[in-house]
Design a protein around this ligand. Structure first.
Ligand code: ADE
Length: 437
């Protein structure tokens, strides 16, 4: 285990070694109000919390989490804590921690190491959460699992009972780790639950990405050419919402079916080489590196705005942007103006990091309710399997459909929406292979 003293804690930080390191513990009250706001919009988690605070199924279990420290995440953490878990936490992106929320959690007694702008100390924070010797890991983007598997092998092989992964990028990393025979404990693919990716990835990313762009720029979207790289769940949400605000939407894709879907949904599709010449706003949502690079920057219109909503900051090649620029200045929060050698200006938002979390507040509480209900229930499964001696396969595991159904039904009930029910006659009709015209 690393005993390196906290570099960042030498500055203006609130730190209790072995317990927490946050920006300013005095922000706790502000954080509590944000968390209360989120909590009132997360009814599925509230139901789980009410149920399991009585039975405390996580008593004796420690969970280390590496996931954006937002007001919604705080509701998840408090749900785990009420259900008996001990928690240690770090953020999963240097620019996504809400400092007030982090302080509120530290004041709650959560062992949290997170602050906005912890670029240099990102892995130091993760290490501290591992010092806590977790039985379970909860990831968003796989950095915690990777750190445990690379630097704490004994813990990964012999101590940790399982984990979960929140995001598409993390699932890709995990599947290749598993295929290479380097995954040491079972991990539930929370991202792949229907009540996660059909809602969080589409409607959450769609709304919060535009929110981030608007907070960083306040530009008018109507009439703009908005180029979205990638028409997966996240990109399709961004394109859908941009279209709804009156933008002309252009999709770039490498997958034929995804491009075709985009076209039939009313977007244009073209290569990035073509799109670079006509776009006003560019959003990368691919999970792939170097989507926007030197030749694109050089052919962009004067005043183009570029940002990323994928997990890592590799989608926009910033060194290449710097190489074709003669100057850069911060013109407003989360908005850097690059003046290119050709005289054009390009505005880079949120340093190429997740614009929805760095420049806004991430997905709204209402969708995170379902994603985090999936997280909670998946950890419950891991603990129940551990208690009963059930051996889960050491691989990336899909969640059962009953979990999705429970979460979707509970969410609908909280919205006072009733479902129809098939009659016995209708049920036998759909299952009767003799039925025809
Ligand atoms: N990912 C996207 N939005 C989020 C949020 N509000 N909280 C935690 N993780 C997120």
């Amino acid at each position: 285990m690393s005993n390196t003293p906290p570099k960042a804690a030498k500055g203006n930080f609130s730190e209790v070694p072995g317990k927490y390191c946050v920006r300013d513990i005095n922000l706790a009250q502000e954080g509590n109000m944000l968390i209360d706001w989120a909590e009132s919009r997360m009814p599925v988690l509230a139901i789980l919390r009410e149920k399991y605070k009585k039975t405390k199924p996580f008593k004796g279990y420690k969970i280390a989490g590496c996931l954006h420290v937002t007001k919604e995440t705080a509701v998840l953490i408090r749900t785990f804590a009420d259900a008996g878990a001990e928690i240690s936490w770090s953020g999963c992106n240097p620019l996504s921690t809400n400092d007030a929320v982090a302080s509120a959690l530290a004041a709650d007694g959560i062992s949290i190491y997170a602050w906005y702008g912890n670029h240099e100390d990102f892995y130091w924070c993760i290490d501290r959460t591992i010092d806590f010797k977790p039985h379970l890991t909860l990831d968003d983007g796989c950095d915690l699992i990777n750190t445990v598997h690379e630097n704490y092998v004994d813990l990964a092989k012999n101590y940790i009972i399982g984990g979960t992964e929140e995001t598409t990028t993390g699932i890709h990393r995990l599947r290749s780790r598993s295929a290479a025979g380097n995954l040491f404990y079972p991990v539930y693919a929370v991202n792949d639950a229907e009540t996660k990716w059909d809602f969080d990835n589409v409607f959450g990313t769609g709304q919060s990405t535009l929110d981030g762009i608007l907070r960083a720029t306040s530009v008018l979207l109507a009439g703009k050419n908005v180029v979205v790289a990638g028409h997966g769940h996240c990109g399709s949400g961004v394109a859908l919402r941009a279209k709804g605000m009156g933008a002309n939407t252009i999709i770039t894709e490498v997958k034929a079916t995804a491009a075709l879907k985009a076209v039939l949904q009313g977007h244009e599709a073209m290569s990035m080489d073509e799109a670079a010449k006509v776009g006003d706003i560019f959003v990368t949502a691919t999970g792939v590196k170097d989507i926007l690079r030197k030749n694109h920057f050089e052919s962009m219109r004067d005043g183009a705005i570029i940002c990323n909503t994928g997990h890592y900051d590799a989608e926009i090649n910033i060194p290449e942007l710097e190489a074709v620029s003669k100057s850069v200045r911060t013109i407003r929060p989360n908005c850097e103006e690059y003046t290119l050698n050709n005289g054009n200006k390009i505005f880079l938002l949120a340093q190429g990091r997740l614009v929805n979390l760095a420049a806004a507040e991430g997905h709204p509480s209402e969708v995170m309710d379902m994603s985090f209900a999936n997280q909670f229930m998946s950890h419950l499964r891991l603990v129940e399997a551990h208690k009963s001696g059930e051996k889960l396969p050491i691989e990336v595991i899909d969640l059962p459909v009953e979990q999705d159904e429970f979460i979707a039904e509970t969410k609908l009930k909280s919205m006072n929406i009733c479902l129809d029910k098939l009659s016995a006659d209708q049920l036998s009709y759909i299952n009767d292979y003799n039925q025809g015209t």
